[in-house]
Design a protein around this ligand. Structure first.
Ligand code: AMP
Ligand code: ZN
Length: 117
């Protein structure tokens, strides 16, 4: 699986940096955000290193779909599926992306404002 030795989230996938992992599959890993913005704040990442949403290729469609399957299962496990939650991916600087390995933020457990800041 493609990985990047300089990438924080690749190191989490490899187990070289600890994380509070809540979900694992063949294609994805999810762990609690270190600086949570809601009672539930989980990051779902592909095991494969993809830097930004702009770098997703057609051949990654099933992989990206698996991130949403993970988000759905995590929301159910966290008890936020019915009340509602958000699954969002920031792309590049203007959206506030700080870690360049794609990740879905799964946020819930409180009322979320729209539009986001
Ligand atoms: P983004 O700004 O969309 O790139 O989101 C990156 C997220 O990664 C932020 O919400 C950070 O709090 C989170 N984060 C950074 N380092 C870690 C880490 N070691 N473990 C868990 N979450 C992290
Ligand atoms: Zn990576």
């Amino acid at each position: 699986m493609t990985s990047n030795s300089d990438c924080l989230f690749c190191k989490i996938v490899a187990g070289d940096i600890p994380a509070d992992v809540v979900y694992e599959s063949d294609t994805a890993v999810a762990f609690r955000d270190i600086n949570p913005q809601a009672p539930t704040h989980v990051l779902v990442i592909p095991r494969k290193h993809i830097a930004t949403l702009n770098d997703i290729e057609e051949s990654d469609e099933a992989l990206v779909g698996s991130l949403y399957s993970a988000a759905r299962e995590i929301a159910a496990a966290e008890g936020i599926a019915e009340a509602g939650y958000r699954a969002v991916m920031n792309c590049n600087a203007a959206a506030g992306q700080t870690v360049f390995h794609i990740h879905l933020h799964v946020l819930g457990g409180r009322s979320l404002k729209w539009p986001p800041g």
